[in-house]
Design a protein around this ligand. Structure first.
Ligand SMILES: [Zn+2]
Length: 56
Protein backbone atom coordinates (compact mmCIF):
# COMPACT_ATOMS: atom_id res chain seq x y z
CA UNK A 1 0.00 0.00 0.00
CA UNK A 2 2.81 2.36 0.83
CA UNK A 3 5.99 2.97 -1.06
CA UNK A 4 8.47 0.61 0.46
CA UNK A 5 11.52 2.42 -0.80
CA UNK A 6 10.88 5.84 0.61
CA UNK A 7 11.11 5.46 4.30
CA UNK A 8 12.66 3.69 7.16
CA UNK A 9 13.92 0.19 7.70
CA UNK A 10 13.79 -1.93 10.78
CA UNK A 11 16.92 -4.01 10.87
CA UNK A 12 18.06 -6.80 13.11
CA UNK A 13 21.70 -7.07 13.99
CA UNK A 14 23.52 -10.35 14.50
CA UNK A 15 23.44 -9.67 18.23
CA UNK A 16 19.63 -9.65 18.13
CA UNK A 17 19.21 -5.94 18.59
CA UNK A 18 16.55 -4.35 16.41
CA UNK A 19 16.63 -0.73 15.46
CA UNK A 20 15.05 1.56 12.93
CA UNK A 21 17.26 3.36 10.47
CA UNK A 22 16.62 5.59 7.51
CA UNK A 23 16.73 3.91 4.11
CA UNK A 24 19.09 6.51 2.71
CA UNK A 25 22.05 6.99 4.96
CA UNK A 26 24.22 10.06 5.08
CA UNK A 27 26.76 8.39 7.31
CA UNK A 28 27.65 5.02 8.72
CA UNK A 29 25.18 3.55 11.16
CA UNK A 30 26.20 1.26 13.96
CA UNK A 31 24.26 -1.07 16.17
CA UNK A 32 23.38 0.68 19.39
CA UNK A 33 24.06 -2.47 21.36
CA UNK A 34 27.18 -4.14 19.98
CA UNK A 35 28.61 -1.34 17.84
CA UNK A 36 28.72 -3.41 14.65
CA UNK A 37 28.31 -1.49 11.41
CA UNK A 38 24.85 -2.25 10.07
CA UNK A 39 24.47 0.36 7.38
CA UNK A 40 26.76 2.28 5.09
CA UNK A 41 26.06 5.05 2.59
CA UNK A 42 26.86 4.10 -0.98
CA UNK A 43 26.04 7.30 -2.80
CA UNK A 44 22.32 6.83 -2.90
CA UNK A 45 20.84 3.73 -1.45
CA UNK A 46 22.13 2.46 1.85
CA UNK A 47 24.05 -0.80 2.01
CA UNK A 48 22.49 -2.71 4.85
CA UNK A 49 24.56 -5.49 6.33
CA UNK A 50 21.98 -6.54 8.89
CA UNK A 51 18.78 -8.43 8.38
CA UNK A 52 15.92 -6.20 7.26
CA UNK A 53 12.91 -7.09 9.38
CA UNK A 54 10.47 -4.49 8.15
CA UNK A 55 10.17 -1.54 5.83
CA UNK A 56 7.99 1.48 6.42
ZN1 LIG B 1 24.39 -5.57 17.33
Amino acid sequence: MENKKSGFLKVKCECGNEQVIFGKLASEVKCTKCDAVIGQPTGGKAAISAEIVETY
